[in-house]
Design a protein around this ligand. Structure first.
Ligand SMILES: Nc1ncnc2c1ncn2[C@@H]1O[C@H](COP(=O)(O)OP(=O)(O)OP(=O)(O)O)[C@@H](O)[C@H]1O
Ligand SMILES: [Mg+2]
Length: 282
């Protein structure tokens, strides 16, 4: 299990970060951004979306509706064909400055098989020319945070799928991101492991005051994790509807057993069914 270090102070006020985020600039604004690929395929029709500072926003929708494309736009891995995006109210050059760092976690752990766990986690710090001493400290802290201290010298092949995913998360955390982008990070894991990682992620998000954009196909995962869920539809890829999950934070397992959780899941399930119908109207 991921043993999250409790060394950082936990904000025990009952105020959710999104409630206090109004006075801070949004992390990302997607302004009528669309995407037509080189082969003429339309990945996304124009999207308008504001990601508030401190939100846990989840994108969900049928396969091919453009979730990964939207996440890549947000990560500036691809450019919009039309429209634009703002990061902390400015262009992409703002990313990387203090308080404006981000990290991407892909569906596959994408670890270097020939390198030990600690070397994998150190990679982004080396790329950023972090000093050796600072990098060593950040790597140790990140590995500890995901509960893998005993495995720092192991190779990826010596780890289970869930452990590899934790290494991947540690690698993202080592850079101390403010914005965490995750594309179906737990999709390949069994439900039990996924639930455990979800609980740890929610606590981490809360403790670190992260802004997170998360992609999943799981209704339960979306409801458990998110402060807001954006349901997308395809042909063309677009935003169908958004649902706010206004529940106390940080959430724990008891939320999963609550009637409110079941009600959110039922509603989200029916929205997804609607969004999956051909010609679904927003
Ligand atoms: N590089 C590309 N070139 C051409 N078409 C693309 C490219 N990338 C994605 N597409 C198309 O854009 C649409 C959206 O793709 P995307 O990968 O964003 O969907 P998704 O919602 O992430 O799907 P999934 O749930 O299966 O991961 C799809 O029709 C896909 O075929
Ligand atoms: Mg995808």
């Amino acid at each position: 299990m991921i043993a999250l270090s409790r060394s950082e102070p936990v904000d025990d006020s009952d105020k959710h970060p999104t409630l206090v985020a109004q006075d801070r600039p949004p992390a990302v604004e997607v302004l009528s951004a669309d995407k037509v690929f080189a082969n003429g395929a339309r990945g996304l029709s124009p999207i308008d979306l504001t990601i508030a500072d401190g939100e846990f926003l989840t994108l969900i929708g049928p396969s091919g509706c453009g979730k990964s494309t939207l996440l890549k736009l947000i990560a500036n891995l691809i450019e919009p064909s039309d429209g634009r995006l703002l990061w902390w109210r400015g262009d992409f050059s703002r990313v990387g400055q203090a308080g404006r760092r981000f990290a991407f976690v892909f569906q596959e752990p994408t670890l270097m098989p020939w390198a030990r766990v600690d070397a994998n986690v150190r990679l982004p710090l080396e790329l950023a020319n972090t000093t050796k001493a600072k990098a060593a400290e950040a790597v140790t802290e990140a590995i500890d945070r995901v509960g893998l201290s005993a495995f720092a010298s192991h190779y990826p092949r010596q780890l289970s799928g869930g452990m590899k995913m934790r290494v991947s998360i540690a690698r993202a955390l080592a850079t101390h991101p403010n914005l965490l982008l995750m594309d179906e990070p737990f999709g390949a894991l069994d439900e039990f492991t996924r639930n455990r990682l979800d609980s740890d992620l929610v606590r981490l998000w809360w403790e670190r005051k992260l802004t997170t954009v998360f992609v999943t196909h799981s209704i339960y995962e979306a409801v458990f994790l998110s402060t807001r869920i954006v349901v997308m539809a395809s042909n063309p890829g677009r935003i169908f509807r958004a649902m706010t999950i206004d529940e106390p934070q940080p959430r724990d397992e008891s939320f999963r057993d609550s009637p409110r959780f079941a009600a959110y899941c039922r509603e989200l399930s029916s929205w997804l069914a609607e969004a999956s119908l051909p010609g679904a109207v927003t």
